[in-house]
Design a protein around this ligand. Structure first.
Ligand code: MN
Length: 232
């Protein structure tokens, strides 16, 4: 460890862990686009033809369960996307699917929040999705369920409700590319490191949020986890 930094090093954004007092230090957030057929179709594309593609959020935009998220001034189409999130436990570079299973610290529930109008504008003009996807509060994360308390992701379900009305609900076995394939594919070009988080894509049912909405989401498994946040 180098203690001779010329400025003070910033501590990582903290993530809670189910049943543990120790915390998980977040690092990069990688997100996969269109990883459920039903969502790819609702966004107007043909998922069967696509290799997975990724974008990245910085963990500095991450907020925890129970947050109040301010409706941004620069959008009029502010949307939720509930996702299974994988937390990485140790360095992983150029590994295969089987090795990927040993790099998982645990699973959490996340909401990838999107300014859909800005994302569409970027898409239509061939620019990166940055303005629509990366802003403070654009990643909401529950506590992480450690691997030893978790079942296989194929057997989990994720769901999201707005003001008590269910909008999204899907088995995680509906992913086009499963968790371990995603880790392996990302690791071919990027050295994944302990603390990285992967948002694994959203099922159908994405929609708009308004000021005053209360959002709740659930990761359904024996050690279930949930999160909620409000839009102010
Ligand atoms: Mn997403």
């Amino acid at each position: 460890m180098n203690n001779n930094w010329i400025i003070k090093n910033s501590p990582p954004v903290v993530c809670g862990i189910l049943g543990e007092s120790l915390k998980f230090p977040s690092r990069n957030i990688y997100c996969v686009g269109r990883n459920y057929r039903d969502h790819a179709k609702e966004m107007g594309s043909d998922p069967d033809r696509e290799q997975p593609f990724f974008f990245q959020k910085t963990s500095d935009v991450l907020v925890n369960d129970g947050s109040e998220i301010e409706y941004p001034k620069d959008t009029s189409n502010f949307q939720y996307e509930v996702e299974l999130v994988v937390a990485i436990s140790e360095d992983a570079f150029q590994i295969n699917d089987a090795e990927a299973k040993n790099k998982v610290f645990g699973y959490a529930l996340g909401v990838d929040i999107t300014k859909r109008d800005l994302q569409k504008k970027s898409k239509d003009s061939g620019k990166p999705w940055f303005s629509g996807k990366v802003f403070y509060g654009s990643a909401v994360l529950s506590d992480i369920v450690p691997l030893k308390k978790s079942i296989d992701p194929d057997k989990m379900r994720i769901s999201l409700s707005v003001n008590g009305q269910q909008k999204q609900n899907s088995g995680c076995n509906k992913m086009i590319w499963n968790v371990f394939e995603l880790i392996s594919i990302l690791s071919q070009t990027i050295p994944l490191k302990a603390g990285d988080l992967i948002f694994t894509g959203t099922p159908a049912g994405v929609g708009q949020l308004q000021k005053g909405d209360l959002v709740s989401a659930d990761l359904d498994q024996p050690n279930a986890i949930s999160l909620s946040f409000s839009v102010i």
